[in-house]
Design a protein around this ligand. Structure first.
Ligand code: XUL
Ligand code: MN
Length: 350
C-alpha cells in the first residue's frame, strides 16, 4: 500500500449540529449550547471549528467592540481547554435586515457600508481566535431578476470590499466560497473559476484563495474533484467543504459520499495526489443531519462523513497505478472504468 502523502485534520461548524427545521416545518431537536457542541468535537474525530461571526458572539450587531472582544476571548479559552483550533470565522451577512438586497453589492451605499464594517469586526474575531483565514460565502450577492442590478458593477463592488479587508489587515487571508444559487437565483461568484478570477483582480492576489464545497459544485453541474483540481492548479485550494448533493435541488449538505460515492472517491484522490493539508489546509465538512434523525443520534453524519473520507483514502492508496497507466496507454477507458468500480466495490478484478 502506498504511503499517505496528505496531512489530514478535520473541521466542521457548530451549525452542522442543528435542530432540523426546514422551510416547511419547525425544529424537531432541542438546541445544544455552543459549549456543549465544542465538547463533542474530539470524540467525533475533529480538531478544527468553523465559525460564523454570530456563532462566536450572538446578536453581534447589538454589541460594543469591547463586548465582542470579551466574548471572543471566552470562546478562545474554551477552544484552548478542549484542545481545538478555530479554522475560520465567516461573516454571516445574510440574516440582517440591512442585507435583504445584498451585502457588498447592495444598491444602497449605507447597506454596503454596514456589510463592510461588520466584516471588519469579523476580521478582528478571526485574529482573536487565531484562525487560519476568513471565509466569505457571498450569499446574497446576485439577482432574482436580471434587470434589477448591473452585474459588472457588482463584480467590482465585491472586489472593492475584498480590497478594503486586505488593507484593513495586512496579514489576513481570505477564502472565497462560491455557490451558484440559493438564496439568490443567480450568484455573481457561482464557481471556483469565478472565485479564482476574483482573487486575481484584488490588490493582493497572494492572500486570496478559495474553498470548494462539493454540493455547490454539483449545483453548478460540475464535478467537485475537477473544481478542486482547478483550485490546486492555481495554488488557491486552501479549504474544502466536503458533503454531497442528490442532483439539482436545494442545497442538501448530505453526508460525504452519500449520493455520489464515485465523486467522493475522486475528491479524496485529487486531494491526496497533491498532498493536501501539507500547508495547513483543513479537511472541512459542511454536512447536515437528516430531519428524521432523533436527538441522541444527530451527530452520526459527522462521524460517518469523516470515516468515509478515511476509507476512500485507503482506496486511493491501494489503487494499482501500474494497471491504470497500462489501461490509459491502451486507451481502454471502458476497462479502466471496470477496474475502478471493482476496486471501489471491493470485488476481485480479473
Ligand atoms: C452555505 C454555506 C455556508 C458557508 C459558510 O451554503 O455553505 O455555510 O460554508 O458561510
Ligand atoms: Mn459551506
Amino acid at each position: 500500500m502506498a504511503a499517505i502523502k496528505g496531512k489530514y485534520r478535520f473541521s466542521f461548524g457548530p451549525w452542522n449540529i442543528d435542530e432540523g427545521a426546514d422551510p416547511f416545518g419547525p425544529t424537531v431537536r432541542a438546541p445544544i449550547a455552543l459549549e456543549k457542541k465544542l465538547r463533542l468535537y474530539k470524540g467525533l474525530g475533529y480538531d478544527g471549528v468553523q465559525f460564523h461571526d454570530d456563532d462566536v458572539v450572538p446578536d453581534i450587531d447589538q454589541k460594543s467592540p469591547a463586548q465582542v472582544m470579551k466574548e471572543a476571548a471566552r470562546i478562545k479559552k474554551i477552544l484552548d481547554n478542549e484542545g481545538l483550533k478555530a479554522e475560520f470565522v465567516a461573516p454571516r451577512l445574510w440574516f440582517s435586515p440591512n442585507t435583504i438586497d445584498g451585502a457588498y453589492s447592495n444598491p444602497d451605499p449605507k447597506m454596503r457600508k454596514y456589510a463592510i464594517e461588520r466584516t471588519k469586526v469579523c476580521i478582528d474575531l478571526n485574529n482573536a481566535l487565531n484562525t487560519s483565514w476568513m471565509v466569505v460565502w457571498l450569499a446574497r450577492e446576485g439577482t432574482y431578476v436580471r434587470e434589477s442590478k448591473n452585474a459588472r458593477e457588482q463584480v467590482l463592488q465585491i472586489r472593492d470590499a475584498l480590497n478594503a479587508f486586505l488593507e484593513y489587515d495586512k496579514k489576513l487571508k481570505i477564502l472565497i466560497e462560491p455557490k451558484p444559487n440559493e438564496p439568490v437565483d443567480s450568484a455573481i461568484i457561482p464557481t471556483i473559476g469565478h472565485a479564482v478570477a476574483m482573487a486575481y483582480i484584488t490588490v493582493d492576489p497572494a492572500r486570496v484563495g478559495c474553498l470548494v464545497e462539493s454540493a455547490h459544485s454539483l449545483l453548478a453541474g460540475l464535478d467537485p474533484s475537477d473544481d478542486m483540481a482547478f483550485g490546486l492548479a492555481h495554488n488557491k485550494l486552501w479549504s474544502v467543504h466536503l458533503n454531497d448533493q442528490g442532483g439539482l435541488k436545494f442545497d442538501q449538505d448530505k453526508s460525504f459520499g452519500s449520493f455520489n460515492l464515485r465523486h467522493a472517491f475522486s475528491q479524496v484522490r485529487v486531494l491526496e495526489e497533491y498532498s493536501y493539508g501539507r500547508h495547513g489546509e483543513w479537511v472541512g465538512f459542511d454536512v447536515k443531519a437528516m430531519r428524521t434523525q432523533k436527538q441522541s443520534v444527530a451527530t452520526k453524519h459527522l462521524s460517518s462523513s469523516r470515516a468515509r473520507f478515511l476509507h476512500l483514502l485507503n482506496k486511493v492508496a491501494t489503487l494499482d497505478h501500474k494497471l491504470e497507466a497500462q489501461l490509459r496507454a491502451a486507451r481502454d477507458y471502458e476497462e479502466l472504468d471496470r477496474y475502478i468500480l471493482c476496486h471501489l466495490m471491493g470485488v476481485k478484478y480479473s
